[in-house]
Ligand binder design. Sequence first.
Ligand SMILES: *Cc1c(COP(=O)(O)O)cnc(C)c1O
Length: 397
Amino acid sequence: MNSFTDELDRRLASLREQNLFRELRRVDSATGPRIKIGGQTLLNFSSNDYLGLANHPALKAAAVAAIDQFGAGAGASRLICGSLAPFHELEAALAAFKMTGAALTFSTGYAAAVGTITALLGKDDIIILDKLVHACIVDAAKLSGAKLRVFAHNDLNDLEDKLKWADQFSKAECGMRKAEILIITESIFSMDGDAAPLLEIVALKQKYGAWLMVDEAHATGIIGHDGRGLADELGVSDQIEIQMGTLGKALGASGGYICGSRALIDFLVNRARSFIFSTAPVPAAAAAATAGIKLVQSAEGEALRRQLQQRITTFKSEIGNRKSEILCAIIPLILDDEEKALAAAVRLREQNIFVPAIRYPTVARGAARLRLTLTAAHTPEDVLQLSNALKTLDLGL
Ligand SMILES: *Cc1c(COP(=O)(O)O)cnc(C)c1O
């Protein structure tokens, strides 16, 4: 046992030396624009709860009602006996919201990516990823055994080069089943807050006969009509074979989803191992997510999106930079150096502001940053407090 602990101690020391050590901070309050950590109340600019729904009375009431009716746990995986009514209601609401033939939910977005990508692609296939896609997609693609190619972030020429290679490769492999080619991108990127050129990606996927999967984790609930996402906003939803996202960000609850054709969903129920071999989520999570989906499509949801837009506009005019054609609450302040990012986060915390220093492996080495997220639940004063605190740090923004 000693050598085991010694080895881990060595590895931890190495993380500390590189300023890459991470630790959990206990939060003694509900999540929201203010959180309590270690007796200190901090203004929180780190949450993906963009519309403030995680604490919305409608979502909480839906969760409580589901517990009363369906209990605290689901008892088994969905295929065994845990396919409780709240999951079916949620999937019907999701399919209607995203205007797809069907939907399937998973315990997390991570599980949705892993289950879906490994079910659809195998070692004879090819997956082409944007360089900045989320870790769950990278992990899923590796686990699938498919040949992987990575294109430079949002670089259509590089994507086309990879597609040309894939096309040649699949033609050369005669005799076997035709290699499928899957392109995967996010619509709004989680750590940079920029948008993928979805129209152009759709044109390329059609030209080369590839499939397309789009992760709308940071767009669902906030971008496009009723918050349906960027694919809907650009009118290309029906060109995307696999639409993925999470119920845990703007939708205020927890879980992951896949939206697409009935055939896709039926196939995943039969083949997605993270769905099949895992106990169903708690019914309260499904009921809260259904309430979140209803809310983002309501007049109140629209008002919350407008409020979020106002907070973003205020902040950006205060720090005086950055174009923004899209509603995106993720504002990265890229400081490069890990130590510098950590020091900036500490100094903000001294001013009662919580912003995480995002470091490798979440972003590339030497691309450390403060990742600010604004929410509709912040007041204009909160945003000014943040911009004033940032000005005192002299980060050269
Ligand atoms: C958060 C996130 C996920 C994972 O979703 P969870 O429900 O948190 O597991 C997937 N993709 C992107 C882009 C994300 O930001």
